[in-house]
Design a protein around this ligand. Structure first.
Ligand code: FO1
Length: 316
């Protein structure tokens, strides 16, 4: 089993590449759920849905979340009633949230509903939420406001300066069924180039998951989400300083150092490879900007090669 810790868009591209190399049935992604929210009474899981839509080939091509060929009839009708309009749910996307909310209200777990959603979209790799329990990424701003991640990122457009990040509820959460086993029995564990603080950070905050990563016999290889000192998309550059990490390919490796056997960085950061190796982490340099599926597949191949050499070196 190839087990991948995943956030949203970057992880989705990476998984698309990986499944060009290995059978999707052998891939399992453990996905961040800290971005999830209940909006207008509906349970919305942005990272689970973005990955599903990407892999099903129905993601909105510019937004890279939500559905392609989307319409917004319901959203505009809702404005009539004065509902908050800062978070938009398209008509096609709404069907996913309606189904999920209904099934959760009937007592199904988020993992069960996720399996139903991926099956309905013909996605044949396994997606597991990191936990079935509620965990919410909360951002405390320097002016001391406590915001849900989506309030910070969408409503306030990521503008407020971040003082700290809190994963509310994480301490009481348990890993979703199959998560710990997927890490312990993996052939390789991969950290997708996702946000280290709110995406991978959320997954690692669920008690038992970090320990499983430290225990697993599988090599753990990650891809830097920072290229040439910049994030490709998103807000990791605003959040890394809040956890004391440097915004660079080596800064993120240092942040993960207890976990990593290998770290893959972009050509733009080739000069940092020796600093990564000084952390006793094997390092490979390649093209990590996944503009198309071929680059993503080559990147996944580099990760698997690095994992194989880490395994040989460790005599595993
Ligand atoms: N991002 C936005 O910038 N504006 C939105 O109105 C918005 C709605 C939305 C609805 C469903 C969904 O799955 C994702 C949505 N996103 C929206 C994206 C989301 O806020 C973030 O990009 C992720 O949470 C970060 O990974």
């Amino acid at each position: 089993m190839y087990t991948v810790l995943a956030g949203g868009g970057g992880a989705a591209r990476f998984l698309r590449g990986l499944t060009r190399l290995v059978p999707p049935s052998e891939v399992l992604a453990v996905v961040n759920v800290g971005d999830d929210l209940t909006h207008l009474g509906l349970r919305v899981c942005p990272d689970l849905d973005s990955i599903t839509y990407w892999l099903a080939g129905v993601v909105h091509p510019e937004q890279q979340w939500g559905r392609a060929e989307e319409t917004h009839v319901v959203a505009s009708e809702l404005e009539r009633f004065g509902h908050e309009a800062w978070f938009t749910l398209g008509d096609r996307d709404l069907a996913t949230h309606l189904h999920r909310t209904l099934r959760l209200s009937q007592g199904a777990s988020l993992s069960e509903v996720t399996a139903e959603v991926t099956r309905a979209f013909g996605v044949d790799l396994r997606l597991l939420p990191a936990t079935d329990d509620p965990v919410e990424t909360r951002i405390t701003t320097v002016d001391d406001r406590d915001l849900h991640f989506q309030e910070y990122w969408v409503r306030e457009r990521g503008r407020p300066e971040v003082a700290s990040v809190r994963l509310a509820g994480a301490e009481h959460a348990v890993p979703a069924p199959g998560v710990v086993e997927a890490i312990e029995s993996a052939e390789v564990v991969l950290l997708a180039p996702s946000n280290p603080v709110v995406s991978i950070g959320m997954i690692l905050a669920v008690p038992g998951i970090r320990a499983a990563l430290e225990r697993t016999a599988a090599p753990v290889v990650g891809v830097s989400p920072i290229i040439g000192g910049e994030v490709v998309r998103g807000m990791a550059h605003r959040l890394l300083p809040a956890v004391g990490a440097e915004v660079s390919a080596v800064g993120v490796a240092r942040h993960y150092r207890q976990l990593l056997d290998g770290w893959v960085i972009d050509h733009a950061d080739a000069a940092l490879a020796d600093e990564v190796r000084d952390l006793r982490i094997a390092c490979a340099v390649t093209d990590t900007m996944m503009d198309d599926v071929e680059v993503a597949a080559a990147l996944a191949g580099t990760c698997l090669d690095l994992a194989a050499s880490a395994r040989t070196q460790a005599g595993r």
